[in-house]
Design a protein around this ligand. Structure first.
Ligand SMILES: *Cc1c(COP(=O)(O)O)cnc(C)c1O
Length: 416
């Protein structure tokens, strides 16, 4: 139809598409699948998932949107929302997620490193963007791509001032204060010199001042969180008075938004909550999981009792067994720590434990007693097992499971 400005191929029905689509139609592409329930587009997702590569991460953009709205409903009037899209939006994509956030008019985006910001700019993300860790070799890109650096230390500040004065230009910056996290940031003792430096240069506009809570998710750290908040507001006040500025002030992450509504200040920084994890676990039920990691069975075999499976011969068949080799390994972000029964994946609705060591590109599952065939789908995480269960099994946190999923794994976005 004429609404398509881009080259388009049209199909009358989902069935027609499924019949006529071929494997070599798609290469290195991000695919958005969108349509009402009756069209059963999940059949298209399934088909493409198999055709692209055995392993795909499916991202539900509607779920992401619902999570965004949930956190938005927590904001007091006038409080701005910055969304953390570092590490490819916690592994969920990058410009695809940023586009959705841009469309939904959040106030700010934040990334960890300049390259992440550059990539978003190249994909048409034009909203204000903070970059947290900026080294001198990236100053040129910061200017070129209209990025706003976090400034966290006197050495960095001096080199940035020199660069900007040499370039004869101005830059919006965000001042980071260390109130107890002890990662990046100016300390109390730095303030005098910080103020002196900022007073002598016209090259910087302080858009915001912020700090980060070290234990916002846990009640045991409540007193410490409070002391961080108090220290932050005091330090910020000194800066505001001395420099006669009124920047945006912010200290809360996702967990803080749930537990400390009284610390919202002018802006909050939403991260993991958007991606479906309520870090305090008090309101997990209010969020929707956004991602499902799927792979496929590459080969089936039968082994006799006593035979071993995989490298190091660590997996031993305790009885005559059916083994499925699946197309995901530690190079895809499926940690080697999941080996030797640490976790079971879901095959045709049944739990199949990992047997033996996880390989770089493949993993073997014990599927004895499960009705399976080569090519069948395997759920690595989703409704079951959950990312939480995977994280728990190897002593890590959902953040790490999500961000480990390598770029080799195709992301498929859908609404549903
Ligand atoms: C990553 C990050 C956040 C978001 O934290 P979540 O726990 O994911 O909500 C907020 N602030 C800073 C400075 C961060 O680095």
């Amino acid at each position: 139809s004429s609404v398509f400005q881009l080259p388009a191929e049209l199909y009358k029905t989902t069935d027609q598409f499924l019949k006529e689509a071929t494997a070599d139609q798609f290469h290195d592409e991000n695919i958005l699948i969108k349509g009402a329930r009756p069209f059963e587009f999940e059949r298209v997702t399934n088909l493409l998932s198999e055709k692209i590569h055995g392993t795909v991460l499916e991202i539900n953009l509607d779920a992401l949107n619902d999570n965004l709205n949930y956190y938005r409903s927590k904001l007091q009037d006038g409080v701005k929302l910055m969304v953390m899209v570092k590490a490819s939006a916690y592994g969920s994509g990058s410009h695809e997620i940023a586009s959705l956030l841009q469309h939904n008019r959040v106030d700010y985006l934040a990334v960890a490193y300049p390259d992440e910001g550059v990539e978003l700019r190249k994909h048409g993300i034009h909203m204000p963007m903070m970059v947290m860790n900026v080294a001198p070799e990236s100053y040129h890109n910061i200017l070129k791509y209209d990025l706003e650096p976090e400034v966290y230390g006197l050495g960095q500040l001096r080199s940035l001032i020199k660069f900007l004065e040499d370039e004869n230009t101005q830059l919006p910056i965000h001042l980071k204060l260390d109130t107890g996290m002890h990662r990046l940031g100016f300390e109390d003792k730095d303030l005098k010199e910080l103020i002196a430096l900022l007073k002598t240069t016209p090259s910087m506009e302080i858009v915001s001042i912020y700090s980060h809570l070290a234990g916002a998710d846990e009640e045991t750290h409540n007193a410490f969180s409070k002391s961080q908040f108090v220290a932050f507001t005091e330090m910020a006040q000194v800066l505001e008075r001395s420099l006669n500025i009124r920047p945006i002030k912010h200290i809360l992450n996702s967990a803080g938004m749930i537990r400390f509504p009284e610390y919202q200040l002018d802006m909050v920084r939403l991260g993991i909550g958007l991606y479906g994890f309520e870090a305090t676990r008090q309101e997990q039920g209010q969020l929707r999981p956004i991602s499902t990691l799927k792979t496929v069975i590459s080969q089936m075999r039968e082994v006799k009792k006593g035979e071993t499976i995989g490298y190091g011969r660590n997996g031993m068949a305790k009885r005559d067994s059916k083994i499925a080799t699946v197309a995901i390994g530690y190079a895809d972000g499926f940690s080697r720590a999941f080996g030797n029964g640490k976790i079971s994946l879901l095959v045709n609705g049944k739990a199949a434990p990992v047997i033996g060591n996880v390989c770089m590109d493949m993993t073997m599952l014990d599927v004895t007693g499960i009705n399976v065939r080569e090519g069948d789908e395997v759920i690595v995480f989703g409704e079951h097992p959950t990312i939480m269960e995977l994280a728990g099994a190897i002593g890590t946190i959902p953040y790490e499971i999500l961000t480990n999923i390598s770029s080799r794994v195709t992301r498929v976005f859908y609404s549903g």
